[in-house]
Design a protein around this ligand. Structure first.
Ligand code: BDR
Ligand code: CA
Length: 316
């Protein structure tokens, strides 16, 4: 049995690692990939999705999403993901053409024409998903749940309390978190535990393929660049978190994760707190549970799963 999914992303080094895991698992039926600005501009994230998917020899519809967050001025993470968004590692020109359907239309039509519910995997700011839900609320019943990388119960990487994806477009995230669609949130609480070490990256490089070499180059860049910014988890030196991979891994193997159901709200404004996810673990607000917030991961199995995917995609 296959699991139908749509992947909305902003590639991004860890976004392409997440795509790698998805591509390596034929049980995931990827109906559509959509892109948005975040780690880099829309121009670059769509280009990266096209080049990477072509390089991986996958023939999947890739649709271009919105160019800007709802209200905030776009802030990109070029210091972390590089000028081209992929740690300046180059892929050949794409063989896949961008879809002639804009992302919101493509998402709507894919969802409404599906007989079964689809899981939405989102690894960027939620601009496209927020716009989809505002424009076409009738799609809600077609979404099984949203596996989302973003937010944090504690801490942040863009501000002391805000994680990058939510910080970039809190208004879109707010629409999604209040939509009533079940959400599984891989926030920094779990993604900072989902890391690979430099030794593991070296082992991966030893696979010896062009792809393994590109993956290790991107991850080395990520270790180096994240270290210069607040993007690095405290005390990290020679390891790097694979945030976005968690959102795909959860769909494949939820048993690797633990989390709690609770109410999560998004702070829209605030002198210090815009883009913060307010995670009510202690149930102080009395508001209904809308999110399963992940906090624990079996890192060993997670890294094994990632290795297996890189090997698998090196062989194809
Ligand atoms: C998130 O921010 C981006 O830079 C990564 O791709 C990930 O989605 C982590 O905070
Ligand atoms: Ca991302």
């Amino acid at each position: 049995m296959t699991i139908p999914v749509i992947i909305d992303c902003d590639p991004g080094i860890d976004d392409v690692m997440a795509l790698t895991l998805a591509f390596a698992h034929p049980e995931l039926d990827i109906k559509l990939i959509t892109t948005e600005p975040g780690n880099q501009t829309q121009e670059k994230t769509i280009h990266n999705a096209l080049t990477f998917t072509s390089y991986m020899k996958k023939n999947i519809e890739i649709a271009r999403g919105l160019d800007k967050p709802f209200f905030r001025k776009l802030e990109i993470a070029d210091k972390v993901h590089g000028e081209n968004g992929l740690g300046n590692v180059e892929f050949p020109e794409p063989t896949i053409q961008v879809s002639n359907r804009p992302a919101i239309e493509a998402m709507k039509e894919t969802l409404l024409s599906s007989d079964e519910q689809i899981i939405l995997i989102a690894t960027g700011p939620l601009t496209n998903v927020g716009a989809l839900l505002l424009a076409h609320p009738e799609v809600k019943s077609k979404i099984k749940y949203i596996s989302y990388m973003g937010g944090a119960a504690v801490g942040g990487n863009m501000s002391p309390t805000a994680e990058f994806n939510v910080y970039v477009d809190p208004h879109a995230a707010d629409i999604v978190f209040r939509s009533g669609i079940p959400i599984v949130m891989s926030g920094l609480d779990v993604t900072h535990k989902a890391y690979v070490t430099i030794e593991e990256i070296n082992e991966m490089e030893a696979i010896g393929s062009d792809f393994a070499s590109k993956v290790s180059q991107m991850l080395r860049f990520y270790i180096h660049s994240a270290k210069q910014t607040a993007f690095h988890a405290p005390n990290f030196e020679n390891q790097i978190h694979l945030h976005d991979l968690c959102a795909v891994s959860y769909v494949l193997t939820p048993e690797l994760f633990e989390g709690d159901n609770c109410h999560v709200a998004v702070e829209l404004e605030g002198k210090y707190t815009a883009g913060t996810t307010i995670v009510d673990y202690a149930q102080q607000t009395g508001l209904p549970h809308n999110v399963k917030v992940l906090h624990t991961i079996n890192r060993e199995k997670f890294v094994e799963q990632f290795f297996h995917a890189v090997k698998q995609m090196s062989a194809d």
